[in-house]
Ligand binder design. Structure first.
Ligand code: ADP
Ligand code: ZN
Length: 529
């Protein structure tokens, strides 16, 4: 007897080795698999790349009957089924990419007990035809389990909402004895609750894996010249594959073109491109070397490339979940990777305007505003980025030593006086001007605009020379992020005071601000690696 295998292999481990060719389970995989294989429900929260697929594939193989997997991603379904077949598992999928005949053939095979794992798109699952098939399966070969992948799609407030997911609770009503496992890589505490209740999984055991991605280094830089800043960042990622996210299709196109001129193998990706072009660009990103995909968030779910070395954001995402999900596409192979974002005042204004102008009900707008605020505190807080991120997902952690704040801690100062000066500059000019003009006033610059409006006669004119222009930009941005001011996009970014500004102006409340951090030299960064 050897010490390496003191106990006999469990059936699950035996399958893992024999079918999938892996030596050992990762994280909580084994616990989840045993729980579901024993017939219990599970809600699995595991970051992207954590290994969620095996959590339903192995129990489906361990139990009699067909495992039914609901997945919204057609491309991913195809890949998974191909991979399973290669490993000798009888897998098939039903989605809109199949013609009627092929679909019928698969249904027949399933009834005959010749399919072990059946992937199905949610819109197909809820049809009468499929529900009938499920009844036949339960009466025939049996139903091993229901797996609901990307379960956050049931959340009406999330950006991946799929109305058909709301009907998935019917599975349990019709087949109460079949265990269910719902899986997702994205969920704050509120979404988790919503998922459990909408899917009828409040009694399910929750398996929460750590969301930490220690190999990803997080950095947020103040936007001044985003293209130059991006080039500086990319200079450290020559010959590496990565994603550059932009908010609009137009900006995606322009940025991709410009990066190509700068010598990068850059491709655009957004929902405005025809599906062939999108598929082709995705394929090249997966296969070719060092492709920089410039994309809107349309490029996302279903990317299965382990060696994405960086994810850069030229625009502010909507929420911490979105940011975490997008940056999570970097470094799935566990090797060092970077999540880099440039962000400025205009970004806040744009996102606020998006929320204000949407047709959403007030309740949803409030929620979106809260989510944006959480992201802004991620950008502005002088705390370890990873701590802020994990805290948002309900996880305690210590300073990571692998983010810009840890590597290059920002200097804080009592910004009460600076805040008062900035707020009163906006107030005294009638709350009609953007940061650039207000900074001219504070610095005492006699520009044409200053002369035209007679702002050189104001008591605030020239009272802010103790700070540089860059510092003032940072101060205004932090005041907006903290909710003391609002940028009005309809008026070209005019800065207005909010109710919250009052106690600061009156000197009843102090304000802590951070000084702009100087970009670290390459040498210092390299040393820190
Ligand atoms: P997720 O769906 O959580 O993003 P996947 O199920 O696609 O993750 O798994 C991510 C990668 O990790 C896949 O390449 C998978 O084969 C691999 N993997 C999963 N579990 C194990 C394991 N126990 N040992 C080794 N590799 C694993
Ligand atoms: Zn840190």
């Amino acid at each position: 007897m050897t010490a390496a295998h003191p106990a006999a292999d469990t059936p699950a481990l035996e399958l893992l080795r024999r079918i999938f060719g892996f030596d050992a389970f990762r994280g909580s995989q084994q616990a989840i698999i045993e729980h579901v294989a024993a017939g219990f429900d599970a809600l699995v929260l595991m970051p992207t790349g954590g290994g969620k697929s095996l959590c339903y594939q192995i129990p489906a193989l361990l139990r009699p009957g067909v495992g039914v997997v609901v997945s919204p991603l057609i491309a991913l379904m195809q890949d998974q089924v191909d991979a399973l077949k290669q490993n000798g598992v009888a897998a098939a999928f039903l989605n809109s990419s199949l013609d009627v005949q092929s679909a019928r053939a698969i249904e027949q095979a399933a009834r005959a007990g010749e399919v072990k794992l059946l992937y199905v798109a949610p819109e197909r699952l809820v049809t009468e035809r499929f529900l009938k098939l499920l009844e036949d399966l339960e009466a025939g070969p049996g139903l091993a389990l229901f797996a609901i992948d990307e379960a956050h799609c049931v959340s009406q407030w999330g950006h991946d909402f799929r109305p058909e997911y709301l009907q998935l609770s019917t599975l349990h009503e019709r087949h109460p004895r079949v265990p269910r496992i719902a899986l997702t890589a994205t969920a704050d505490a509120a979404t988790r609750q919503e998922m459990a209740s909408r899917l009828g999984l409040t009694g399910a055991r929750v398996f929460l894996s750590s969301f930490d991605r220690p190999n990803i280094r997080y950095t947020v830089v103040e936007k001044d010249n985003p293209r130059r800043q991006l080039l500086g960042f990319l200079a450290e990622h020559k010959s590496e594959a990565g994603i550059v996210y932009c908010l609009s299709r137009k900006k995606v196109e322009e940025t991709a073109e410009w990066l190509r001129r700068e010598g990068f193998n850059a491709l655009p990706y957004h929902a405005g491109l025809d599906s062939e072009t999108r598929a082709e660009h995705q394929r090249r990103f997966q296969r070719d070397e060092a492709v920089v995909m410039v994309a809107t968030i349309a490029f996302g779910m279903g990317i299965d490339k382990p060696d994405v070395r960086f994810v850069a954001h030229l625009d502010l995402p909507k929420s911490i979940e979105a940011y975490y999900q997008e940056t999570g596409r970097a470094g799935r192979d566990g090797e060092p990777a970077e999540a880099w974002m440039t962000y400025g005042l205009q970004d806040i204004a744009l996102q606020r305007a998006r929320i204000d102008e949407s047709e959403a009900p007030p309740e949803r707008k409030r929620l979106e505003a809260q989510k944006l605020n959480a992201l802004l505190s991620y950008c502005e807080a002088p705390r370890c980025r990873r701590m802020v991120l994990l805290d948002y997902f309900g996880e305690q952690s210590a300073p990571c030593g692998n983010c810009d704040v840890c590597l290059n801690p920002p200097e804080l100062f009592d910004g009460s006086v600076a805040a008062q000066k900035a707020l009163s500059a906006a107030w005294r000019t009638g709350q009609r001007f953007g940061a650039a003009h207000l900074i001219d006033v504070l610095l005492g610059k006699v520009t044409d605009k200053v002369k035209t409006f007679g702002h050189d006669a104001l008591p605030t004119f020239g009272v802010g020379t103790e700070h540089s222009e860059a510092e003032w930009r940072g101060i205004f941005r932090q005041l907006v992020a903290a909710g003391l001011m609002q940028a009005d996009l309809a008026e070209y970014g005019a800065l207005k005071l909010t109710e919250a500004a009052r106690p600061v102006l009156k000197g009843e409340q102090t304000v802590q601000l951070r000084k702009p951090t100087k970009p670290k030299g390459k040498a210092a960064r390299a040393k820190a690696k």
